[in-house]
Design a protein around this ligand. Structure first.
Ligand code: GDP
Length: 525
């Protein structure tokens, strides 16, 4: 195997999805601890407190107690290079999460044992299933009383429509939780009274109760034996191909807060999870180990470091080797760029890197070159990985600077933030600025950032509109009258957009103007 193949083979790139509070931050932290990427518990957690406040963003997260941004972390474990892409849990930022999911090769889904499958999980899960992304399930908080494992398998199969296969099984639950039984390795992973991890080999199921006699009480052992017998006989067969196709999810149990079950989860995950996968492009399937470099931008984030006020484009490497200072071409513009100061992100720092490989995420300094969805190629003869999904805005507001003297800063901020791709900006014929977002909380982020990053206080007036459609034929827009429940505006590229108060207003418009063709997004124009 060549160097590029070797480096690709040891990479695993995944995102954790869950409903808020299921334990995503806690599990991430435990994984980083295992990899030695952080030394103290609490380092990740403290995103919500002051220690991690390396960015103004965190201020906002702190105020709202939610995770707003996706971040990227790399760590090493047993010679694997692991990239975790964090996703915001709050549904108002799900667009950001969807795009992040385009940049991973597998997903870890956390389920709270007491709550089972929750709404936000269902939504995100569907995106993964539609794309055939392999999903690994971690059922968390076994130190609390929750639903029975068998009930949870049923829920996963019925609500999510995917087969489940428990790789390990909990020994007890709540007060009686002792650890997990590894069905693959026939091993007990348990924790003594000092919470130290112990492992015990079990020759066969007949020896299980013997092996467990000092670990758990009789009724816990009896229940475990009964359940294991049942899933052995009536459960699904393990099928690694189905796992790789996103049709079967390996299930793990544990308690992230005390790290119970986390090492065993990580080890199995690394063996089963896919390496960086080939991707479809306008030039056909691109294999990760082909020598020419390529990648795409899935996220742009400004002002990550308040001391520098810079903007970073996050690039997922899809093929070839990335080298600092290399020359690349941007498919959208054909422009040639030199990647001078690429950065990689670790638990609590970012560093300039010299090289990176497929599966890795690099941060590129962005003075305004990139847009979300851009493909970057190492050769002049470029191709692209297609567009990233865009979600039509559902909330609109008129915004202006409180202080008219700040107009220049206002326009600069509005344009820069719109370019990141998470919000949409429109202009009315009276030069008013309208903001369109998918989730209400994005307004708060916008107001906050305009103040923190551009020094502009905003006046914001919510609008009753809920839908935006692009008018396919520019000429037609000129003849359309503004009516009380729709409004013709222009997007960033001067394309006409019509915004409606509701579906009813849209239908009414379509009946009155059957010849005017409308599109859901600017991409299809
Ligand atoms: P996130 O919103 O998904 O990132 O969830 P967090 O990781 O912030 O966890 C939410 C809450 O659940 C916190 O108070 C955690 O301490 C707690 N928590 C996380 N894992 C466990 C666990 O295994 N057991 C228990 N009892 N609590 C947990």
């Amino acid at each position: 195997m060549g160097h590029l193949q070797q480096e690709t083979a040891r990479r695993r790139t995944f995102a954790i999805i869950s409903h808020p509070d299921a334990g995503k931050t806690t599990l991430t932290e435990k994984l980083l601890l295992l990899g030695g990427a952080i030394r103290t518990a609490g380092a990740v957690k403290s995103r919500k407190s002051e220690k991690f406040a390396t960015s103004d963003w965190m201020e906002l997260e702190k105020q709202r107690g939610i995770s707003v941004t996706s971040s990227v972390m790399q760590f090493t474990y047993n010679d694997f290079k692991i990239n975790i892409l964090d996703t915001p849990g709050h549904q108002d930022f799900s667009e950001d999460t969807y795009r992040t999911l385009m940049a991973v090769d597998s997903v870890v889904m956390i389920i709270d044992v007491a709550k089972g499958v929750e709404p936000q999980t269902i939504k995100l899960f569907k995106v993964c299933r539609d794309r055939g992304i392999p999903i690994f399930t971690f059922i968390n908080k076994l130190d609390r009383q929750g639903k029975e494992p068998l009930e949870l398998f049923e829920e996963i199969e019925e609500v999510l429509g995917i087969e489940s296969f428990p790789i390990n099984y909990p020994i007890g639950m709540g007060q009686s939780f002792r650890g997990v039984y590894d069905r693959f390795q026939k091993k007990i992973e348990w924790y003594n009274e000092n919470k130290e991890r112990q492992t015990l080999e079990v020759e066969s199921m007949d020896h299980l109760s013997e092996a467990l006699k000092d670990v758990a009480d009789e009724s816990t052992i009896a229940q475990l034996e009964e359940d294991l017998l049942l899933i052995d006989e009536a459960g699904n067969e393990f099928d690694i191909e189905a796992v790789k196709a996103g049709k079967q999810t390996p299930v793990f149990f544990g308690s992230a807060v005390s790290s119970f079950g986390v090492p065993s989860f990580l080890e199995h995950y690394l063996q089963m999870a896919p390496t960086p996968q080939p991707r479809e492009s306008s030039a056909g399937t691109i294999e990760p180990d082909q020598s020419s470099f390529s990648g795409f931008v899935f996220k742009i984030q400004a002002n990550m470091n308040p001391a520098h006020r810079d903007r970073i484009a996050f690039l997922r490497i899809c093929s070839g080797k990335f080298e600092r200072g290399m020359t690349v071409w941007l498919d959208r513009t054909g422009k040639q760029l030199k990647l001078a100061q690429p950065q990689q992100f670790f638990a609590d720092s970012r560093e300039i890197i010299d090289e990176a490989f497929p599966g890795d995420i690099v941060g590129l300094y962005d003075p305004g070159f990139y847009q979300i969805g851009d493909t970057v190629c190492g050769v002049k003869d470029t191709f692209n990985y297609g567009e990233l999904p865009q979600f039509p805005p559902e909330h609109f507001a008129k915004v202006r600077a409180k202080n008219a003297m700040k107009q220049k800063h206002f326009l600069k901020g509005v344009n820069q933030l719109a370019q990141e791709g998470a919000i949409q900006i429109y202009r009315t014929q009276y030069e008013e600025t309208i903001l369109g977002v998918v989730g209400q909380l994005q307004f708060d982020v916008f107001v906050y950032r305009m103040k923190a990053e551009y020094g502009v206080d905003l006046d914001m007036q919510m609008m009753p509109h809920q839908l935006a459609k692009w008018i396919v034929d520019k000429e037609e827009a000129k003849n359309l009258q503004r009516s009380s429940n729709n409004l013709v505006v222009a997007d960033r590229d001067e394309r006409p957009v019509i915004i409606f108060e509701n579906e009813f207003a849209l239908r009414w418009f379509q009946q009155k103007h059957p010849d005017v063709k409308l599109a859901d997004s600017s991409y299809s124009l």
